[in-house]
Design a protein around this ligand. Structure first.
Ligand code: ATP
Length: 374
């Protein structure tokens, strides 16, 4: 396995849309992927995920910067010479070969001994739940099983420096998806391959990866554990992209001690207040927003006396949607809309107050989290 360092790397396609403000499909970045890490590369369509993956695999040469594997410069090496396994969105199998022959193919290609090949193929068949089907022709398999073989062809080699997955479960039945994701996680725990898994599906990313790399518009915005991305999104895009529904983002000002949304004060924690002062945000004129997850807000009835408690603010209830385990309460604070999650079955008051927890009320300047080390 290898650590992967993308050194001052950026990419412009020769045929990039000339009308666009930014010629880069991938904005210049410097990024290290640790040896043995399970990463998910998450972002909306067109944000540059496949471009980044193809640069790592060697299918695409970056227009600037270098790719290093364990410190060795591999920028000019082909995919084969980089010793990488790849699994694509659609099955890559040889229809005329059997299941076992398909799995054995990458090993035979590298001149491995037949006893080792047999053992690895048998192990991979078990991993994928395809025991007993070794001798079936690939052409007779359904799409799910063919994609399992594609995954198997990526996983059968133990000597690869990294395994790259490009939306590998898109064509798979939803129930099997969950099963295969769990299996991939187990395989990672056992073999500690460096794995990079591209997806635009947050559930897939958060359940597969130790670290999720969130991208938007050609840039990496945050690399973090699922908890870090959920609890402290470092960019408002990360907060709104992750979560269902995503984080509420409200325009505000900073009056030196609180965030002020349309004249209403929202309490912030000490560390945020200090960081905001250090950056002069009370007077700087930069665009400020407050971010708060719907899960962190508590809706209470107007009957509850909240007047002397600065954590509570008055809001209008606009509507309620039943989401099963929770209700989604749509609210208005000043002139801005937000939502809160409320336990199922609990009555939703018509006139309400909303409790903000300062530790979970985040401040953003120019879309970036205001924090002590920001
Ligand atoms: P998706 O999830 O839809 O596959 P993605 O996040 O993988 O999207 P990329 O395919 O890497 O994104 O594309 C990033 C940007 O580069 C997009 O604006 C895309 O239109 C552009 N692009 C991709 N391939 C080429 C190409 N061969 N020539 C010119 N522009 C390209």
């Amino acid at each position: 396995m290898a650590s992967i360092h993308l050194k001052n790397l950026g990419h412009r396609y020769a045929a990039y849309d000339a009308g666009s403000d930014n010629p880069y499909a991938l904005n210049p970045l410097d990024q290290v992927w640790e040896d043995g890490g399970a990463y998910a590369l998450l972002g909306p369509s067109g944000c540059g995920k496949t471009t980044l993956l193809n640069i790592i695999s060697g299918l695409l040469r970056p227009s600037e910067g270098r790719v290093l594997f364990d410190g060795e410069d591999v920028t000019d090496l082909s995919t084969e010479r980089r010793n990488i396994a790849q699994v694509f969105q659609f099955p890559v199998v040889y229809d005329t070969l059997t299941v076992a022959e398909n799995l054995a193919f990458p090993l035979r290609n590298r001149g491995m001994e037949s006893t080792t090949i047999e053992a690895r193929v048998a192990e991979t068949l078990t991993m994928l739940g395809l025991e007993g089907r070794a001798n079936e022709r690939a052409r007779s398999l359904n799409a799910d099983d063919k994609q399992k073989i594609s995954l198997g062809r990526g996983l059968v080699r133990t000597d690869v420096r990294a395994i790259l997955f490009d939306e590998p479960l898109t064509v798979i039945d939803p129930h099997l998806k969950w099963q295969l994701r769990t299996e991939l996680k187990k395989i990672h725990e056992r073999f500690s391959h460096t794995m990079i898994y591209v997806t635009h599906d947050q559930t897939e990313a958060l359940t597969f990866a130790d670290k999720v790399v969130v991208m938007n518009a050609g840039s990496i915005l945050q690399v973090g554990t699922p908890e870090q991305l959920f609890d402290r999104p470092r960019h408002t895009f990360v907060g709104t992209f992750i979560g269902s529904p995503g984080m509420n983002v409200l325009r505000c000002t900073f009056d030196g001690e609180a965030a002020v949304v349309d004249g209403v004060k929202l309490p912030l924690d000490e560390a945020t207040i200090k960081a905001a002062h250090a950056r002069g945000l009370a007077t700087s004129g930069v665009s400020l927003e407050v971010g708060v997850r719907p899960e962190s807000l508590l809706v209470v009835g107007a009957g509850v006396n909240t007047d002397d408690d600065p954590h509570y603010v008055r809001v209008d209830v606009l509507g309620v949607e039943d989401l099963g385990r929770h209700s989604l309460v749509r609210l208005r604070l000043g002139n801005q809309l937000l939502c809160a999650l409320h336990p199922e079955g609990a009555a939703i008051p018509e006139a309400a107050a909303l409790r903000f927890d300062p530790a979970r009320t985040l401040l953003y300047a120019n879309s970036l989290l205001v924090e002590a080390n920001g």
